[in-house]
Write a protein that binds this ligand. Structure first.
Ligand SMILES: NC(=O)c1ccc[n+]([C@@H]2O[C@H](COP(=O)([O-])OP(=O)(O)OC[C@H]3O[C@@H](n4cnc5c(N)ncnc54)[C@H](OP(=O)(O)O)[C@@H]3O)[C@@H](O)[C@H]2O)c1
Length: 259
């Protein structure tokens, strides 16, 4: 009888927030999980053991996805331990260190945000896609890539323009890779979170509390990391085998235009 191969999911930015929830959910779905973040293993030991305590097989890789050598090492270490990568979730991302009006935005901040959010995702996807192509397909496909962009892909915030541009770039790289990789048996999806309660939004809690109270979000609450993780889990499953290059909003209906 043929031994069933256990699939592996690689999740960037998995030390906290949305990425940690995704890593946990995919682990519970039965994947080996490769968690990637910039901090040391020691710093993220609670996050790692939280998953291990649920019976999930975890590999932690400390890496900065904006660096070429780090991206290559992530793939190397994942494959060395688990033999393959079946799901890539490009979740790691940063906001500008300081929100500044578009007319005061610095090149330094632009380069940092684009370097991680857009360039990092673009080239990690390239490296993982090549790995996936070299693998034997399991079932109908060779792999799934899920990009976490943002409502900011299409919504203007003039006090963090570099973030919006970086996320719009992720939407286009979703389209590009979906087109190129379909023939390789690899599907590519995009998830656009709205306002999710994590460290990233902790500095603007009051602002978003007010927006929620004023009815800006049809589903009038903060999004939870698990809301995004559940969407990722569904897209990574075998339920979307004839879908690629699409996005799904996980934003409480924020994208709905009203009159
Ligand atoms: N929260 C929201 O409302 C919201 C809305 C829309 C979209 N998003 C997007 O969702 C994703 C996750 O957001 P979050 O709110 O969970 O953010 P978060 O709480 O700030 O966590 C960010 C994660 O990304 C990792 N990371 C940052 N820079 C990295 C790099 N250069 N290389 C590798 N890992 C890196 C961090 O690792 P360390 O722990 O090592 O720093 C951390 O694990 C981001 O792409 C964000 O843009 C968030």
């Amino acid at each position: 009888m043929k031994k069933e191969i256990k699939k592996t999911a690689l999740v960037t930015g998995a030390s906290r927030g949305i990425g940690l929830a995704i890593a946990r959910q995919l682990g519970l779905d039965g994947y080996n999980v490769v968690m990637v973040a910039t901090g040391t293993r020691e710093k993220n030991s609670a996050a790692i053991s939280g998953l291990e305590n649920l019976g999930i097989t975890v590999k932690y890789v400390q890496a900065d996805i904006s660096k070429t050598e780090d991206r290559q090492r992530v793939v190397r270490e994942a494959v060395a331990l688990f033999g393959r990568i079946d799901v890539l979730v490009n979740n790691a991302g940063v906001a500008p260190a300081q929100r500044a009006d578009l007319l005061d935005m610095t090149e330094e901040s632009f380069d940092r945000v684009i370097g991680i959010n857009t360039k990092g995702n673009m080239f990690l996807t390239q490296a993982v896609a090549k790995q996936m192509i070299s693998q034997e397909p399991i079932g109908e496909r060779r792999g799934v890539i899920i990009n976490i962009s943002s409502c900011s892909s299409v919504v203007s915030s003039t006090n963090r323009g570099e973030y919006c541009v970086s996320k719009a770039g992720i939407s286009m790289l979703t389209t590009l890779y979906a087109d190129r990789l379909a023939r390789e048996g690899i599907l590519v999806h995009e998830v656009r979170p709205g306002v999710i309660d994590t460290d990233m939004t902790s500095t603007v809690h009051e602002k978003y509390n007010k927006l929620i109270d004023e009815g800006a979000f049809p589903i009038a609450r903060w999004g939870k990391p698990e809301d995004v993780a559940n969407a990722v889990s569904a897209l990574a499953s075998d339920k979307f085998l004839y879908t690629t290059g699409n996005y799904i909003d996980v934003d409480g209906g924020f994208h709905i235009k009203r009159l």
